[in-house]
Design a protein around this ligand. Structure first.
Ligand SMILES: [Zn+2]
Length: 368
């Protein structure tokens, strides 16, 4: 086995190397073994290390957009290529099960080539596992071409979280794959991740956690949460127009974490803003999302200027996709060509991603 001992960024084990490296030359068909080890570097992907260092120094954040299917991936890549923004393609365990792990890897590889085709000379694209829940899952992703993984031990007792995160870091760092850990619990539901309460990150724990685990970035809990219902109406106030206004993020906790770990990359999960125009469109065309509410964009803009260098956005693209599809179904009930409703969904997501990059995260033009 070449990987991991080889000094070069070897791509595959043994005889299958020539097959996949040169698909147009002599094709020796592999024997139905899809457990082939792949280095992300050969796929044209990058890890998060340099990207995060630049983001902290430059006072912006990198968008981490989840994807499950082709249209979402196309929209993310088109937006990132157009805006020349570094981008993190995020895959949850649920998405990996939904789309197939092998297919996803090739989609990410294709994304790099697609970005170049779109005129993005040096694409800065990370393939990241969102909410890895075991060492085995993280290892499987690292072995199949992911350049970054998250190990989420936040639901475990502290010492167990430290041990699990360290185990993943020790393995990942052999391959120059970066690791995100998590301290504190986020409320909300998304894929397998679910909690009915949140616990803010304890700033007293962050130095110990970062030092003992060796993690490259840290997801913290300061009041963001997963899903499209981040707050109950009771937790909010109402403005003059009667719209719900959520409580502000706990910037005091963020400040305390930054004081303990100066310059350390911080990650915010559950940072969709739940755009009301998309929610209104969904509800107008037969949907039912009463009182869906997210994180106001000005709060995310403020966070992006700090050590927060990765902001996770998933629900907003789900909403943009659903709104566009519902509109087509309502306005053109005779339509049954999937391209005619997934196409508009893709366009709407691309618009959303570009808006986030330019107006919220400030990452446009940071990866020319
Ligand atoms: Zn998350």
């Amino acid at each position: 086995m070449i990987f991991p001992q080889s000094k070069k960024n070897s791509y595959l084990c043994g005889a299958k190397k020539s097959y996949l490296l040169s698909p147009h030359t002599k094709q020796t068909k592999p024997k139905t073994n899809y457990n082939i080890m792949v280095s992300y570097k050969e796929l044209g992907l990058v890890n998060t290390r340099e990207m995060f260092a630049k983001a902290i120094a430059g006072g912006y954040a990198i968008p981490a957009f989840n994807f499950n299917n082709m249209e979402q991936l196309q929209a993310i890549i088109k937006a990132a290529a157009t805006e020349k923004s570094p981008v993190i393609l995020q895959v949850s365990k649920g998405a990996r099960n939904y789309a197939n792990a092998t297919l996803l890897r090739y989609m990410a590889q294709g994304a790099v080539e697609y970005a170049k085709e779109l005129g993005w000379e040096h694409p800065q694209i990370v393939l990241h596992l969102d909410h890895g829940d075991s060492f085995e899952l993280c290892k499987s992703c690292i072995d199949s071409g992911f350049s970054s993984v998250m190990i989420d031990g936040s639901h475990l007792p502290y010492e167990e979280n430290v041990a699990l995160t360290k185990q993943v870091c020790d393995y990942a760092h052999q391959y120059d794959v970066t690791v995100e850990g998590e301290l504190g619990v986020l409320a909300g539901v998304e894929d397998e991740v679910s909690s009915d309460h949140h616990t803010y990150t304890d700033p007293e724990e962050v130095i110990d956690f970062a030092q003992r685990t060796g993690c490259d970035s840290l997801a913290i809990s300061i009041g963001t949460s997963h899903g499209a219902y981040k707050f109950t109406p009771e937790q909010c106030t109402r403005n003059a127009e009667g719209k719900l206004v959520p409580p502000p993020l706990a910037f005091d906790v963020l400040d305390a974490v930054m004081e303990k770990l100066p310059g350390f990359p911080i990650v915010l999960h559950g940072s969709s803003s739940v755009p009301q125009d998309e929610v209104d469109t969904i509800n107008m065309f037969g949907g039912k999302l009463p009182d869906a509410i997210g994180i106001p964009e000005e709060q995310l803009r403020k966070a992006a200027k700090s050590a927060v260098c990765k902001i996770n956005i998933d629900s907003d693209s789900r909403l943009a996709m659903t709104a566009a599809v519902r509109r087509v179904f309502a306005e053109k009930p005779g339509e049954f060509d999937p391209r005619k409703y997934l196409g508009p969904a893709r366009d709407n997501m691309e618009k959303l991603y570009r808006h986030k990059i330019v107006n919220v995260l400030g990452s446009a033009g940071k990866a020319e």
